[in-house]
Design a protein around this ligand. Structure first.
Ligand code: FDA
Ligand code: NAD
Length: 426
């Protein structure tokens, strides 16, 4: 025996929070919806964990960053869910799902049935062990995916003031954590295999600007190499990091950000997967009509580029969740998801936004010596991607609008000369 709901959201992260708000806006009845989450707190804005949460002074703490404050909407506290008759089943891992029977089995042994399931299980951080390095469980090695990781990172950081940290990985986590560590007065060395930071998105020129900025804050870069092993003392603490290039870096703490894997495991063999995620259509509906997938775990058609993508960013989690709920609650009104990919980050006093796709030829513009510059990506004669550092709200809106509009570009030199004006005039 167990409980039965009309709608079940599996996962209690960003997408779950935004889906819940949309369900309420669309008039879900009391008792119809539940959220099952392994985390012990109600859905929150995960981006805060590598930014405000790590500040040494006046750090962000729950309940301040529950969803949906990241979009300047209502803050959904546990009380909000109660008032709207939404069951929050927290601290509960789902260990299996039977999509034919429409049931889930929790680790506590309860069977929960649904009419419609929204999968919002997000992703897990990749472990060093998956790259052949042991030591992830050492006392001073930190990962960052959820609130418990962030709480642990703060404790380790506080015990290392003035000490040395090695950050493994030059992606989002690496860059944002390195900045936070510096702000906490910890000396940082970043280690990653690529030739420059943020290799998945940045051009060498953009990366060079950020690396110089980080260096001016005292960060050291060790690029083009990887970690091969840790030296661990008798107390279970890492005391040095050994790299493939033969060097040894003494450390007080290590932060690892080497990518993620979407949490699709419960559905392998039951739903169609693509690009590492659950394949969905323009309504966020999977190969089983009663199962929708949203957020990091969903591979969805990106209409503007005519292909299927899995994105790992908060804006797509929020919007795909809303879209799925609208498609479920008002099928006759719902259209195909038409999403323009949007990524952003904030570190130190810097802040950038990117829209679209980073393929084709690149044109840089603006003042790389100042703090307002950008880049356009032009593919097959059209603008397909735009990046801007240090823009105003209006400027960011302009690059987003221009990228969606995909204006034709004949002369790259002309675009370079026009710079931001090109987007403002498009
Ligand atoms: P999310 O990971 O948020 O939630 C998944 C939920 O499912 C979790 O609650 C998890 O416990 C639960 N779950 C998984 N399996 C389960 C199971 N079997 N049973 C029960 N529960 C289960 N993006 C961006 O655009 N700008 C930014 O600045 C940042 N910053 C940032 C910082 C940090 C530290 C991280 C880790 C990530 C970001 N991101 C980001 C990425 C962004 O946070 C991410 O894309 C969204 O959180 C994805 O939302 P989802 O709801 O899909 O997954
Ligand atoms: P990432 O994919 O951004 O970067 C992974 C990095 O790991 C690569 O840049 C590479 O340098 C490094 N790497 C890969 N293999 C390695 C190895 N063997 N040794 C050392 N380094 C290695 O992933 P992440 O930084 O771990 O971020 C995790 C997730 O969190 C992503 O989904 C990301 O989108 C999300 N996130 C997003 C933001 C944002 O959008 N501002 C901020 C934080 C986190």
């Amino acid at each position: 025996m167990g409980r039965a709901f009309v709608y079940v959201i599996l996962g209690g992260g960003v997408a779950a929070g935004y889906a819940a708000l949309e369900f309420v806006k669309k008039g879900v009845s009391h008792g119809e919806l539940c959220i099952i989450s392994e985390e012990t707190v109600a859905p929150y804005e995960r981006p805060a964990l590598s930014k405000g949460f790590l500040l040494p002074e006046a750090p962000a703490r729950l309940p301040s960053f529950h969803c949906c404050v990241g979009s300047n909407e209502e803050r959904l506290t546990p009380k909000w869910y109660k008032e709207h008759g939404i069951e929050l089943i927290l601290g509960t891992r789902v260990k299996s799902v039977d999509v034919k029977r429409k049931t889930l089995l929790t680790a506590t042994g309860e069977t929960i049935s649904y009419r419609i399931l929204i999968v919002a299980t997000g992703a897990r951080a990749l472990k060093l062990e998956e790259f052949g390095v042991n030591g992830s469980d050492a006392e001073n090695v930190c990962y960052l995916r959820d609130l418990s990781d962030a709480t642990r990172l703060v404790t380790v950081m506080q015990s290392c003031k003035g000490g040395n940290a090695v950050v493994i990985g030059g992606g989002y986590i690496g860059m944002e954590c390195a900045a936070s560590l510096v702000i906490n007065k910890i000396n940082v060395t970043m280690v990653f295999p690529e030739a420059h930071c943020m290799a998945r998105l940045f051009t060498p020129k953009i990366a060079s600007y950020y690396e110089e900025f980080y260096k001016s804050k005292g960060v050291t870069f060790t690029k083009g190499t990887v970690l091969t092993s840790f030296d661990i003392n008798s107390e279970g603490k890492v005391i040095a990091v050994n790299l493939r290039d033969g060097s040894k870096l003494p450390v007080d703490m290590v932060v690892v950000g080497i990518g993620i894997r979407p949490n699709t495991g419960l559905f392998e063999g039951q739903l169609t997967l693509e690009k590492g995620g659950i394949k969905v259509n323009g309504k966020m509906q999977s190969s089983n009509a009663s199962v929708y997938a949203v957020g990091d775990v969903a591979s969805f058609p990106v209409k503007i580029f005519g292909d299927t993508r899995r994105l790992e960013h908060v804006d797509s989690a929020r919007k795909s969740a809303r879209h799925a709920v609208a498609a479920i609650m008002e099928p006759e009104k719902s259209s195909e998801f038409d999403y323009l990919p949007f990524f952003y980050s904030r570190v130190f006093t810097l802040s950038w936004q990117f829209y679209g796709d980073n393929v084709g030829e690149v044109v840089h513009f603006g003042e790389f010596s100042g703090n307002s510059f950008g880049a356009y990506w032009i593919s097959k004669g059209h603008l397909v991607g735009s990046f801007l550092e240090g823009g105003t709200k209006e400027e960011y809106e302009a690059i987003a609008k221009a990228t969606r509009f995909r204006p034709a570009v004949e002369d790259l030199g002309e675009v370079e000369k026009l710079g931001l004006e090109f987007a403002l005039a498009a």
